[in-house]
Design a protein around this ligand. Structure first.
Ligand code: SAM
Length: 253
């Protein structure tokens, strides 16, 4: 069966997304490397360098999945800041994805130090998290899967401390027409094929490509962030790899 994403009513999107990530959880990391030729690692490294967290910072990583952002954050705290107090809490709607994350950190010193936590929950309703309790909020390759990105950004604003920072890493719009057509070929032909070959699931990856097309472009998303109360610096985003991906950022002042 085809997910028929275009015709899925809004109230079914959550269910659909849950299924997609349950299907791909165990193959998720290897698929990321295959689809992006490993470049997603560089985007994530850059994302954390840009964050430049202060020692002791408390990070909430929403849609944290298998823990790529959490791991890089803790590594940065250890290696760059020489800090052993910074902590990260991961939230994800999908228990299978979160379990992959828990496996990754099982037995790590971060786990023993109590510097990492996990909760299954929806980015749109983080009611298990108190107001103004985190220094940094991240969502990497997660917000486009949410039914109401607007509610996600409002929740981010609520849970951040005054002075806290919202950061989002997400696929976006390639601006150069020639590159855009190459990227389209990759998206509509290569990615579904890889999904079929590696994850045995073409449809989930067709959905993922579709979800990238439907997410608002850089400037519209930046405006959504400002509308939720965040202050952006300059235009509020940075393009990576010609806009394949963008980092949006805003402060709660
Ligand atoms: N942040 C990780 C990374 O960069 O590798 C994982 C990204 S993965 C593409 C997207 C994640 O978003 C999945 O783990 C999925 O379960 C999660 N997700 C989708 N909708 C969500 C929602 N409404 N609330 C929380 N997490 C959600």
């Amino acid at each position: 069966t085809h997910f028929g994403f275009k015709t899925v009513p809004k109230d079914m999107k959550e269910e659909l997304v849950r299924n997609v990530f349950s299907n791909v959880a165990s193959k998720y990391d290897i698929m990321n490397d295959a689809m992006s030729l490993g470049i997603h690692r560089l985007w994530k490294d850059h994302f954390i360098r840009k964050m430049a967290p202060t020692p002791g910072a408390r990070l909430l990583d929403v849609a944290g999945g298998t823990g790529d952002i959490a791991q890089r954050f803790l590594q940065y705290q250890d290696e760059v800041n020489g800090d052993s107090t910074g902590s990260v809490h991961m939230a994800d709607i999908n228990p299978e994805m979160l379990r992959e994350g828990e496996h990754r950190f099982a037995g790590s010193k971060w786990m023993q130090e109590g510097r990492i936590g996990f909760t299954v929950g929806n980015a749109e309703k983080l009611d298990f998290i108190e107001d103004e309790s985190f220094d940094v909020y991240t969502i990497a390759f997660g917000i486009r899967n949410c039914t109401n990105p607007d509610s996600v950004v409002h929740e981010a604003f609520r849970v951040l401390k005054p002075g806290g920072r919202f950061m989002c890493l997400e696929f976006s719009r390639v601006d150069n027409p020639l590159l855009a057509s190459i990227y389209d070929l990759h998206s509509f032909h290569v990615i579904p094929k890889l999904g079929e070959l590696i994850a045995g699931d073409r449809e989930s990856y067709e959905y993922l490509v579709e979800s990238i097309r439907r997410f608002p472009p850089q400037n519209e998303f930046a405006q959504m962030i400002r509308d939720a109360g965040f202050t952006t610096i300059g235009k509020g985003y940075e393009n990576l790899t010609f806009g394949t991906v963008a980092i949006h950022s805003g402060y709660k002042f």
